[in-house]
Design a protein around this ligand. Structure first.
Ligand code: AMP
Length: 116
């Protein structure tokens, strides 16, 4: 296995470390963030270990749409009718800590703007 496949989130996909999984299909998995920044904090992750949005190109066109629609599906599942925020942290200044592309779904309290 290449190192790029051996990310923390790939280990969750392979059930090598536990997670509170809310949704899964052949392309993506959604699980609760271990350090929630809001009452609802879910990560939507492609099973393919892409390092981040910065590594995406035309080949990921459909996958990126799928991830966004998966996030909406989870939001609907959790009945987040009051609204929510979608975040992708990219790279060092973006605050990315796990080098495996993921969308944050945040909800359950009024969220400040601009973010910190
Ligand atoms: P980012 O800073 O955008 O790379 O986000 C990484 C997120 O992964 C953070 O919000 C962490 O709290 C979360 N995280 C780290 N380890 C785990 C884990 N084992 N299970 C669930 N979420 C995690």
């Amino acid at each position: 296995m290449s190192q790029s496949q051996d990310t923390l989130f790939s280990k969750i996909v392979r059930r090598e470390i536990p997670a509170d999984i809310l949704y899964e299909d052949n392309l993506a998995i959604a699980f609760r963030d271990i350090h929630p920044q809001a009452p609802t904090h879910v990560l939507i992750v492609p099973k393919e270990p892409i390092a981040g949005l910065g590594e995406c190109g035309p080949a990921q066109h459909a996958l990126l749409g799928h991830l966004l629609l998966t996030l909406k599906r989870v939001a609907d599942q959790l009945q987040l009718g009051n609204g929510y925020r979608v975040v992708i942290n990219q790279g060092q200044d973006g605050g990315q800590t796990v080098p495996h592309l993921h969308l944050h779904l945040l909800a359950g309290r009024p969220l400040q703007w601009p973010p910190g």
